[in-house]
Design a protein around this ligand. Structure first.
Ligand code: HSE
Length: 439
């Protein structure tokens, strides 16, 4: 191989991130060559919209509308997959691997669901599948988990890993608005997709949390075992009550090592307002990692956007370029742990998760109501941390009762909630939001 010849890259899908990748590679080519040891050149692009693609990359890059022409090109060393989704992207990634290409992808959905198959195929073929852009966009969290923290026993990770939902929650809190009106505004401003389901229902965050759990604990990617609850049912009243009690509500992706298994969950979460992560606002992302030697580390930055995501894609290209000629057995393992050293530690069902709770009960304002509720909690061995009762207006017959609990097993809370809900003095469905102290 001529060491001066740039490594040749084929790009599948040139939308926002693909365009950003092309720009960053061009703009910083001299610096990138100094880092990588040789040039990195996108020489072929496949996109259904050939005209738009050509307008972005100019006349020197071959543009085709068939991704398979890129994969079949023997001059291409690395294929970047930016198509997204689990369908054709999976087929093309597996075909690229079979053709002996290294693959760079930002596709969290693909890896969270089909990662085991894809990493196995890549290892068998001796090629790399790199995916820094798949979690928290421009934040190098994959690199941190896989390499920077490799001395540590990682205990837990909690992250704001979806910018759309963090933007919505920030707006709900600062403007006192309800979910539906903020979502509409976010869509108008382009912060939320026309179909925002994956973001607002927590699926995107769960894809990313799944990938982080595999990297942190050396377990297979198991998206189907993740517990996923989004923010679409969150009410402005709960954001206000949480704030009164010294908490903010964030959509967190959490994965934790427990003696009996791994917790893997995404849900709205009360976090003490003085934690750094509670103050991550707007579309920004942040990930906290708790590990035994280093203690707590925090990674903050842009989780989406053309150039922030391109930053991660290009970093993967540099890594692959440096290691292109290395013995595959001496490369950094895809999921941080050596292939033969992965564990099948179970992912725990949500009922076995240990967490604290925020409860809001709409109750009749009369003697004995609080006593009934605290008795049910006590019978289920759930310890109360704080209670807040809304002041009733003159003549009002009902009130809101807010209860914070200490840590408990979720299954016990579910049982207690069913008993409390059956009380005739509980007048509406009880709101339950999980709470994490993150200390
Ligand atoms: N839609 C994601 C977000 C970015 O809102 O953070 C890509 O995963």
């Amino acid at each position: 191989m001529n060491p001066l010849k740039p490594i040749q890259v084929g790009l599948l899908g040139i939308g926002t991130v693909g365009g950003g990748t092309f720009q960053v590679l061009q703009r910083n080519q001299a610096e990138i060559r100094r880092r990588a040891g040789r040039g990195i050149q996108i020489s072929m692009v496949a996109d259904l919209d050939v005209e738009r693609a050509r307008a972005i990359v100019g006349p020197e890059v071959t543009v085709v509308n068939d991704a398979r022409q890129v994969i079949a090109n023997p001059d291409i060393d690395i294929v970047i997959e930016l198509i997204g989704g689990y369908g054709i992207a999976r087929t093309l990634v597996l075909e690229a691997i079979a053709a002996g290409k290294h693959v760079v992808t930002a596709n969290k959905a693909l890896l969270a669901v089909h990662g085991t198959e894809i990493f196995h195929a890549a290892s068998e073929k001796g090629v790399v599948v790199a995916f820094e852009a798949a979690v928290a966009g421009g934040i190098p969290i994959i690199k941190a988990l896989r390499e920077g923290l490799s001395a540590n026993r990682i205990e837990w990770i909690a992250g704001i890993i979806n910018g759309t939902t963090n933007f919505i929650l920030s707006e709900m809190r600062s403007k006192g608005l309800d979910f539906a009106s903020v979502l509409k505004e976010a869509q108008r401003l382009g912060y939320a997709e026309a179909d925002p389901t994956f973001d607002i229902e927590g699926v995107d965050a769960a894809h990313k949390a799944t990938i982080m759990s595999a990297l942190a604990f050396g377990i297979p990617v198991q998206f189907d075992k993740a517990f996923v609850e989004g923010i679409s049912a969150l009410q402005a009243a709960d954001i206000r009550y949480a704030e009164k009690l010294g908490y903010r509500i964030k959509l967190l992706g959490i994965t934790k090592r427990r003696e009996d298994g791994i917790e893997l969950r995404v849900h709205p979460t009360l976090v003490p307002a003085d934690r750094l992560i509670a103050n991550v606002e707007g579309a920004m992302n942040a990930v906290v990692v708790q590990a035994d030697a280093v203690g707590t580390t925090l990674y903050y930055g842009k989780g989406a956007g053309a150039e922030p995501t391109a930053s991660a894609v290009v970093a993967d290209l540099v890594d692959i370029t440096r290691l292109h000629t290395a013995d595959p057995d001496h490369r950094v393992p895809h999921l941080a742990f050596q292939r033969g050293a992965m564990h099948d530690t179970p992912v725990l069902p949500i009922d076995a998760v240990v967490t604290a709770f925020y409860l809001r009960l709409q109750v009749a304002d009369k003697a004995g109501v609080l006593a009934d509720i605290t008795r049910i909690l006590a019978q289920n061995k759930i310890s109360i941390d704080a209670v807040l009762q809304r002041e009733s207006a003159e003549g009002e017959q009902q009130t809101d009762l807010i209860i914070l609990t200490h840590d408990t097993v979720e299954g016990r809370m579910t049982a207690a909630l069913a008993q409390m809900q059956a009380l005739p003095t509980v007048l509406a469905p009880i709101v339950r939001i999980r709470k994490e102290e993150l200390n």
